[in-house]
Design a protein around this ligand. Structure first.
Ligand SMILES: [Zn+2]
Length: 534
């Protein structure tokens, strides 16, 4: 019957209907030759369309089903006389658009590919041909109406946590005042010429050098995302992004990267750690490697500036918060002394202890026979009455609790709740300072801009194999001029001052841009930096 229809009506039917009939006749042939319905749909989708044919296959399937039941093509519901309203008001347009969007893999939906599909597939298939093709603005508007949002993903975190109340509280209450305090004792590089300004120090005060830490990865096959090509040219892209080069490094205003150079300018000591995880059995970056790196970095600082104090700035990652093996953990403890429980370190009962008479007293965590103490003993030595309290809740404490059990009560005490991480301990034991950046504030870490600068250059250079990639990465990381690094650092200080002035978000970013006196970095590279920052 399809063939009959085709013969008789091909003259009178509009092109789109003929196309539908042709598809159906192909479909019927395949089906009669033993293809399953789904295979036949897919087969046709591949013939008629390039790329991912899932959506098209579904349309073919739906069309075939309709024809089977009604023995004619579906009647178009669209009334072409009323197209002054948005096409999206049409239910079938809306459904088909939504259906097309859901068949795209996650992260691949873009206004421009929706625009293309609307103009070349979705609307024509519904028998609708707009007077002029839909614009990219329309596609973007439809995406938003249908619930899609442009989202920036960084290290697997959805940005937008910027203004969480605990983040703001930490930023304004702890981080910014502490940094202001440190900045007063720092050497500054100011103005368009980055003139060096020494800090006014009172007697006995040490000058401070700030080191900003971060980790970054370079993939062996990372290449620039936009290319200039002649019509019809196809770039040869390698599959996947290739082996990994992982760097953990520090930057500072004094030397750029934290290195010691000899009289000829050659690097003789370097604080960076470069690893190639996954190749030659190189282990992944972990807390132990970071601690070893920080110890080496402290030694380099002490050699460069024996009379200066260092402030080490880290982000709040789990590696940086790792507690020592003898840390105090209330939930690891048993109710009574002895038995199978970890020995924890001795401490002093904090000055915030609710029962005043015990404040400042030493708290041994083992009994006189050397057995680890249990929850009951430790709490009683803090002065608590725990006779009517159970040891621990099972399986976990209730979400909103207030003194539900001994373990919870002890875990809330200052000596248990606010312990120094191993990282802080190493730094403070060496006579230096350590501070953690507020979460979601990569604009306050200038090394992020340095990574952006390096990555932009790294991507421009072609890297035929991994050993070349390694060499290029290290060369690029060493090629950033110290003036550029100083400007990156000034950029972050400007953000801090903007936040102190009460500016936030876009306003702060605008103020920081306004104050910039020189653009030493190319526009294209700035875009890369912007993409790292935002
Ligand atoms: Zn509890």
């Amino acid at each position: 019957q399809i063939k009959e229809d085709l013969k008789h009506k091909s003259k009178t039917l509009p092109l789109i209907r003929v196309k539908q009939l042709l598809i159906l006749s192909n479909f019927a042939t395949l089906w009669l030759n033993g293809f399953s319905i789904i295979d036949a749909s897919m087969q046709i989708a591949h013939q008629w369309h390039e790329g991912n044919g899932n959506w098209f296959a579904r349309r073919v399937h739906a069309l075939a089903r309709h024809y089977q039941v009604f023995e004619q093509l579906p009647v178009e519901k669209h009334d072409s006389s009323s197209n002054n309203r948005s096409w999206l008001h049409n239910k079938s347009v809306q459904n088909c658009t939504r259906e097309w969007l859901t068949t795209q893999s996650i992260g691949k939906v873009m206004p421009h590919n929706l625009q293309q599909s609307l103009n070349s597939i979705i609307l024509p298939d519904l028998g609708m041909i707009p007077a002029k093709p839909l614009s990219i603005c329309t596609a973007r508007r439809w995406l938003i109406k249908l619930g899609w949002r442009r989202t920036v993903v960084r290290k697997g975190i959805y940005m937008g946590g910027h203004e969480h109340s605990d983040v703001v509280k930490y930023r304004n209450g702890i981080f910014l005042p502490a940094m202001e305090h440190f900045e007063k004792r720092m050497m500054k590089y100011e103005g368009p010429e980055l003139e060096c300004v020494k800090p006014p120090l009172s007697a006995g005060e040490k000058e401070i050098v700030a080191y900003f830490h971060d980790e970054s990865s370079f993939h062996a096959n990372e290449e620039t995302r936009s290319l200039w090509l002649r019509d019809g040219e196809q770039p040869l892209r390698k599959k996947g992004r290739g082996c990994l080069i992982r760097i953990s490094d520090f930057i500072c205003e004094a030397t750029g990267r934290l290195v010691v150079r000899d009289s000829s300018g050659e690097i003789v000591k370097d604080a960076w750690q470069v690893i190639y995880p996954g190749t030659n059995g190189n282990a992944w970056w972990d807390s132990a490697q970071l601690l070893a790196q920080v110890k080496a970095a402290i030694a380099i600082h002490n050699e460069l500036h024996p009379d200066k104090q260092a402030v080490w700035v880290f982000d709040q990652s789990s590696n940086h918060a790792a507690l020592p093996p003898d840390a105090l953990r209330a939930f690891d403890m048993n109710k009574s002394d002895g038995g199978k429980q970890r020995k924890q370190r001795d401490m002093v009962i904090p000055m915030t202890n609710p029962i005043a008479e015990f404040r400042g007293q030493p708290q041994k965590m083992t009994t006189f026979t050397g057995e680890p103490k249990g929850l009951k003993t430790v709490l009683e030595e803090h002065g608590f009455d725990v006779r009517n309290l159970r040891a621990k809740c099972s399986p976990v404490c209730p979400f909103e609790n207030n003194g539900c059990c001994m373990a919870w009560l002890l875990s809330q005490q200052d000596d248990f709740a606010n312990q120094q991480s191993m990282l802080e301990q190493i730094i403070k034991d060496a006579g230096h300072e350590c501070i953690f950046l507020p979460k979601f504030h990569c604009e306050l870490n200038p090394i992020e801009m340095y990574w952006g600068w390096c990555k932009h250059r790294y991507r421009e250079i072609s890297k035929p194999n991994f050993s070349v990639a390694k060499r290029v990465a290290l060369e690029v990381l060493n090629s950033c001029p110290i003036e550029v690094i100083r400007r990156f650092i000034n950029h972050s200080w400007r953000f801090m001052s903007a936040y102190r002035l009460g500016l936030t978000g876009k306003a702060a970013a605008w103020a920081v841009r306004k104050q910039k006196q020189h653009r030493s970095v190319s526009q294209r590279a700035m875009l890369e930096i912007e993409s790292v920052l935002n």
